[in-house]
Design a binder for this molecule. Structure first.
Ligand code: AMP
Length: 144
């Protein structure tokens, strides 16, 4: 199973926000879209970073509500780990486990073509297990 199979199922929508938007605007976007992380765009529109709900929680815990009026670029992670559509889901799981993050943007030829969350990975794993169990049941009933 590869990353491309997950994107085929879930689509390629990428929710983005400007690096100059406030943390409050980013929180509203995360809540409205029911997602855990948003891609942050720089001035030229390119990838500037990623902001996840954990960053919002940390900012409010450390700086209280004042953080909500400050720009996203103060709290985002700039060094974003990405994957390719050809990567295996196993390799992606390892990347998430080692890096301790739950979201990975998918890059192709220098631009982003989707984003995969730990929830997408778990879903694909469950779907795969269900398919394998059904194939095994069919094999056993055909043999017997
Ligand atoms: P998450 O588990 O995705 O909510 O993110 C946990 C922390 O890792 C937050 O500080 C995020 O900004 C950061 N993070 C999330 N995704 C990535 C990624 N693909 N590369 C680097 N850092 C990330």
């Amino acid at each position: 199973m590869q990353v491309r199979h997950i994107l085929r199922e879930k689509g390629s929508e990428i929710v983005t926000i400007s690096a100059e938007a406030t943390l409050s605007e980013a929180s509203r976007l995360l809540a409205r879209k029911r997602i855990g992380a948003v891609i942050v765009r720089g001035e030229a529109g390119g990838l500037a970073g990623i902001l996840s709900e954990r960053d919002v929680v940390r900012a409010v815990a450390e700086e209280s509500v004042g953080a909500l009026a400050r720009p996203v670029h103060v709290y985002m992670t700039c060094d974003v780990a990405t994957c390719c559509e050809d990567d295996s889901v196993d390799a992606l799981m390892e990347m998430m486990t080692r890096g301790r993050f739950r979201h990975v943007p998918v890059a192709r030829d220098g631009s982003l073509v989707g984003i995969v969350s730990i929830g997408d990975v778990v879903k694909s794993r469950i779907d795969e297990t269900v398919r394998e169990a059904a194939a095994l049941r069919e094999y056993i009933s055909a043999a017997g």
